[in-house]
Ligand binder design. Structure first.
Ligand SMILES: Cc1cc2nc3c(=O)[nH]c(=O)nc-3n(C[C@H](O)[C@H](O)[C@H](O)COP(=O)(O)OP(=O)(O)OC[C@H]3O[C@@H](n4cnc5c(N)ncnc54)[C@H](O)[C@@H]3O)c2cc1C
Length: 511
């Protein structure tokens, strides 16, 4: 019984795996390459602004993040997405539509009636697509399969189906151009052909199954990274920052430890929580079958700009924006625009009423063009594009951050889920003591998805150590776990409606 566990990577998956194992009394050390924990959920302060590296929204309709928020004592920091105005860029014009309480909807009535962001035909077609998905899921259920977004099994028949093909078949071109393409580009920063319909199905299942007891989505008052930062802080002695693992050592079909900084650290189990491409790089003895599966994972890259100022230059209650790639407009350079300042007073030194903290994410489709530019040229281009939406944006902004993320989000590309299913069903035991966790192993890329896979890996480690598994975690089969109620994270009434509308019809993720 027992043994030593090494976790590689302190992103959402690595921190959650460490957290879970530590709570079971396991001897665990987490190696992180960068000087900071939290990976793509990291939030940091600069000049009084809270800058978030990647993930911006909390998926409380899912299983584990709500529980973790509670466990690390941050329930009071959760802010539900009750109100937001979402912008649709179409025909050179910003069209705003509001999602909020009945009173707010009423106050926005004129604007809503004048909304020209989506043609009615597109909405009708989107309903057809939703009905088709619903029908497919019912048929899967009728075969006795458990329809749950965390299970590959049910969605596997769709694992190779491109989203654009599915929407064109069941809805039509307008639904693709005005709803699904912008929606998915918000989720993955790429475009509909890059992704598989299963991502959409996962969201559909989660939103429809989870809404009665949870609040859809929201955000943390100091960034989603505050959850993982708190979990890290509670077990700080288990972490080695600035300590990249150079090699996961495999000998005679079993893990023996890791090599880092010229030293060898023995371990009985290694949970590798890096991106898929890194796993292959640092594991020279990785069996070919696992390497082949991992090679199916694709990522979108992005330039992530953060523009902050003491001047408020976005419309009231504006939080996020979609960019419809329509026949009328050229392919949008910017996929996502979000004013984080309007979520909580903490994001800017000036509070939500006065300051702005705009996140602007470029589209993966423009990667080559953007990479060929100098930093100054790229900044100018992005600012010019942003100013078309917010003409009041000052030239000399107080905060102007740019992060290039080469592997920003797993695209959930066609073929990825079948490959991950192959790993989960056929290759888990190919190397004794070797485990994988991370966003890419879940059907829908997200921090919560990363946590779900971390929980599976931690559960497997515990079982193999002869210790009791984790409640609700059937490690081998990736079965659904009991839901942690989002009541625990104090979701106000009304959020459910907003979350559902936003989650299903508009967008679950507040990027
Ligand atoms: C712009 C953007 C917006 C997003 N929006 C959302 C959102 O709103 N909601 C949401 O839920 N998700 C969102 N996501 C996705 C979310 O951020 C990721 O799915 C999640 O953070 C992935 O967690 P992970 O632990 O799998 O990987 P990561 O966070 O990438 O963690 C991997 C860690 O491994 C470390 N590492 C790599 N190599 C080594 C090595 N050799 N040795 C040691 N350590 C190593 C890395 O430094 C990193 O810290 C967004 C992502 C981006 C980029």
């Amino acid at each position: 019984m027992g043994g030593k566990v090494i976790v590689v990577g302190a992103g959402a998956a690595g921190i959650y795996a460490t957290w879970l194992l530590r709570r079971q009394g396991v001897d665990v050390t987490c190696f992180e390459a960068s000087p900071y924990p939290c990976g793509r959920t990291r939030a940091y302060e600069k000049d009084g602004y809270i800058c978030e590296t990647g993930a911006l929204g909390v998926e409380t309709q899912w299983d584990f993040e709500p529980q973790l928020i509670k466990d690390v004592g941050l329930s009071g920091e959760y802010a539900a997405g009750t109100t937001m105005r979402v912008g649709f860029w179409r025909k050179n014009r910003l069209n705003l539509v509001g999602i909020g309480t009945a009173a707010q909807q009423l106050s926005w009535l004129r604007e809503t009636l004048g909304f020209r962001g989506i043609p009615l035909k597109a909405i009708r077609q989107a309903i057809k697509v939703a009905l088709a998905i619903n029908k497919e899921l019912k048929q899967i259920e009728a075969q006795g399969k458990d329809v749950h977004a965390n299970s590959f099994e049910a969605l596997l028949p769709f694992g190779d189906v491109r989203l654009d093909e599915y929407v064109l078949e069941h809805g039509g071109k307008e639904a693709l151009d005005y709803i699904f393409q912008p929606f998915m580009s918000l989720m993955i920063l790429g475009s509909a052909p890059d992704t598989c319909v299963t991502h959409m199905m996962c969201l559909f299942i989660n939103n429809s199954q989870g809404m009665s007891e949870s609040g859809g989505f929201g955000w943390m008052k100091r960034g989603i990274g505050s959850i993982y930062e708190a979990a890290y802080g509670m077990d700080e002695e288990c972490y080695r920052l600035s300590c990249p693992v150079d090699e996961i050592v495999i000998e005679d079909g079993a893990v023996t430890g890791v090599r880092a900084g010229g030293e060898f650290f023995p371990a009985d189990h290694v949970i590798c929580c890096t991106t898929a491409s890194k796993v292959a790089q640092i594991t020279p003895e990785l069996p070919q079958a696992i390497a082949d599966d991992l090679a199916c994972v694709r990522y979108a890259s992005t330039y992530h700009y953060m523009f902050g100022d003491r001047k408020k230059f976005t419309p009231d209650e504006f939080t996020m924006e979609f960019f419809a790639s329509t026949p009328e407009d050229p392919k949008p350079l910017i996929r996502v625009c979000l004013d984080a300042a309007q979520r909580s007073d903490a994001y800017t030194p000036y509070g939500r009423e006065k300051g702005t903290l705009l996140h602007v994410l470029t589209s993966y489709e423009h990667e080559e063009r953007l990479m060929a530019m100098s930093d100054e040229e790229r900044l100018k281009l992005v600012m010019d594009e942003t100013r078309k939406l917010f003409p009041d944006m000052p030239e000399d902004l107080e905060l102007c951050e740019c992060l290039y993320l080469p592997e920003a989000i797993s695209l959930d590309a066609p073929g990825q889920m079948p490959a991950m299913h192959d790993y989960e069903t056929n290759h888990l035991d190919d190397v004794r003591g070797f485990h994988l966790a991370g966003e890419y192993l879940h059907p829908a890329a997200s921090a919560e998805g990363a946590c779900i896979t971390a929980r599976r890996a931690a559960g497997r480690v515990l079982e193999q150590m002869g210790m009791p598994g984790l409640p609700g975690c059937k490690a081998e089969s990736a079965a659904p776990a009991p839901k942690a109620s989002a009541k625990d994270v104090a979701v106000p009434a009304g959020t459910a409606v907003a979350g559902f509308a936003a989650g299903v019809a508009i967008g679950r993720r507040t990027k």
